[in-house]
Design a protein around this ligand. Sequence first.
Ligand SMILES: NC(=O)c1ccc[n+]([C@@H]2O[C@H](COP(=O)([O-])OP(=O)(O)OC[C@H]3O[C@@H](n4cnc5c(N)ncnc54)[C@H](OP(=O)(O)O)[C@@H]3O)[C@@H](O)[C@H]2O)c1
Length: 331
Amino acid sequence: MSVGWGIMGTGNFAGAAAAPAIAALGDAGRLVAAVSRDRARADAFAAKHGAARAYTAYEDLLADPEVQVVYISTPNAQHAEQAVAAARAGKHVLCEKPLALTVADARRVVDAFARARLRLGTHFQTRHHTAFAETKRLLDERAIGDVILVQIEVSPGDAPLRGWRTDPALAGLGAINNIAVHAYDLLRYLLGAEVGEVTALTEVGRTPALERMVLALLRFHTGVLAYVNANQNVPYYQPDIAIYGTRGRIVGIDCTRPFRDGELRVLTESGERVAKHSSRDAVVRSVAAFNDAVVHGREPNASGLDGLRNVQLTDAVIASAREGRLVQVAS
Ligand SMILES: NC(=O)c1ccc[n+]([C@@H]2O[C@H](COP(=O)([O-])OP(=O)(O)OC[C@H]3O[C@@H](n4cnc5c(N)ncnc54)[C@H](OP(=O)(O)O)[C@@H]3O)[C@@H](O)[C@H]2O)c1
């Protein structure tokens, strides 16, 4: 079975990462159509990525009977409405992060897909980095004992906010929605647990300005503590993670951001093992996993519920930073 994909939003990530990942599906899937607000951009994108049809109205993409999956890659504020419209049109959706800007909207999206019995995925491709597939396996078999503490850094270097990301109405948040969400999701995934409470600081303090740096301390229900530093205002990449267990440690260097080559260092009683890993194909793996979930009627990794949990967590992070208090995470 070849799954037909349609792309909403012909921007950077769709062109550089998602469309090539759909092309890499081979016989399992293909790009059928793309939609842009602009005729020339729609045609150019479709021609470049081998889509048969190019639309300028989002409803036309949703009415295309050959499109089974819609990949949503538009500004953050549009995700919820577009996803609900896709569910109404009978399409599965792989939605870029964040799933929505508010908890109520994220819940509405999840409910719409549950009612329609369609697959909803949130695009947290870091889960599909081979370094983290290996880390998850090691943690699940308790190779480093019980996890006590995690430190994670996600920085793409100095990256000023540009375009729609400068508009709070379209972006919602700054570095939190741009990059921190991947780290929050990765921690939930690796630890298999939810966050109970959060305390956070941003460089813009208690103002509503869009942040480029956010430090969060998380306490999971299991008792594990985590420190997450997501920033886009330091000069160099810093995409590392350290997971401390009662019997060992896992350190990932250059692992928490896409399109990097890095390594995983696993330290246990039997010594240190170092393995090279690359996140260059994480998007390919993640799109293939969603395609597979559609074909086999499985819950995607990451799911819509993961998207909702992430919005609940980011809500708590920004409330803590803006109100200067420890915040319990709703669930
Ligand atoms: N998973 C990841 O690692 C990752 C990485 C980067 C981005 N993302 C997510 O992907 C989404 C797109 O990000 P991007 O970096 O690709 O952004 P982008 O390059 O600006 O692309 C967004 C596209 O959305 C369409 N659009 C519709 N209404 C728009 C509006 N009012 N203003 C601007 N564009 C509008 C535009 O396509 P047309 O002009 O053709 O209509 C635009 O090219 C975001 O939700 C972002 O969070 C995820």
